[in-house]
Design a protein around this ligand. Structure first.
Ligand code: HEC
Length: 237
């Protein structure tokens, strides 16, 4: 039966950021940030990301300053050796929600919520499976079981069909600044887009460079053919 407990393969989605000519939908990245900040950040970090990186998602420096200040980051020990916190600044990395892995484990039935900085690259199945995982809790397994068990929550996209992560999303878990209705499906798509962007924030500029290089090489090739014909024109007759 172990065979049947391999994660189900996630339905293939259309993502704007896939393919050599793809690009990130920055409105979706920004909505996804809201979901991450409002929901996922209670348990997960994105430690490789600094607030200032959000400039790449279309935020102005004033917006980033204001956004950073809504986060609390560790500020080292005070005079009595107690750890203190201060408001975030643009140069800070996103903070870690737990003081230690032990604290994370204690709060999550023995599991440590992984850092999500690179999850869209390293998670087998990538964005399709993250989306499927986030929205895959509703179903019951072959025994009609649903919800919490000793080994975690039933989810066909998790290894062993069990995850220690409680279903994180619900309708209207966040209020979107752009007025988009915050359904579970929308939140899941947006936060997945955010995580994909976080995993490769420079993908768009690399793709643009790639297209530029390809065009340049085509131009060069045509030029060489013309030159070759000219040079050999009186010989090759
Ligand atoms: C209440 C805490 C909590 C919240 C909130 C939460 N997670 Fe998790 N998450 C966990 C834990 C714990 C795990 C590890 C699960 C395990 O090992 O079984 C996890 C694992 C994951 C994984 C890896 C899955 C795997 O199979 O290894 C992804 C991806 C993920 N979470 C994404 C998210 C996203 C996106 C959000 C916000 C929408 C979110 N999580 C909100 C606790 C949480």
């Amino acid at each position: 039966m172990a065979q049947s407990l391999a994660p189900e393969s996630a339905p293939v989605q259309h993502w704007s950021f896939n393919g050599p000519l793809g690009h990130f939908d920055l409105a979706a990245v920004q909505r996804g940030y809201a979901v991450f900040a409002g929901v996922c950040a209670a348990c997960h970090s994105v430690g490789a990301v600094h607030f200032s990186d959000l400039a790449g998602a279309g935020l102005s420096s004033e917006q980033i300053m204001a956004l950073a200040a809504t986060w609390k980051v560790p500020a080292g020990p005070d005079g009595q050796g107690q750890s203190t916190q201060r408001k975030g600044r643009p140069e800070d990395a996103f903070p870690v929600p737990y003081a230690s892995p032990d604290a994370a484990r204690a709060a999550n039935n023995g599991a440590v919520p992984p850092d999500l900085s690179r999850v869209a690259l390293v998670y087998p199945g990538g964005s399709n499976r993250i989306l499927a995982l986030l929205t895959g809790y509703g179903a019951t397994d072959t025994h009609g079981r649903q919800g919490m068990h000793a080994a975690g929550f039933y989810n066909p996209y998790a290894i062993g069909h069990r995850t220690a992560m409680p279903p994180p999303l619900r309708d209207n878990a966040v209020v979107y600044a752009d007025g988009t209705p915050a359904t579970v499906a929308q939140e899941a798509r947006d936060v997945t887009t955010f995580l994909a962007w976080v995993s490769s924030p420079h993908a768009d500029s690399k793709r643009r460079l790639g297209v530029g290089v390809a065009l340049y090489l085509c131009f060069l090739a045509i030029l060489l053919v013309i030159l070759k014909r000219r040079i050999w024109s009186h010989v090759a007759k």
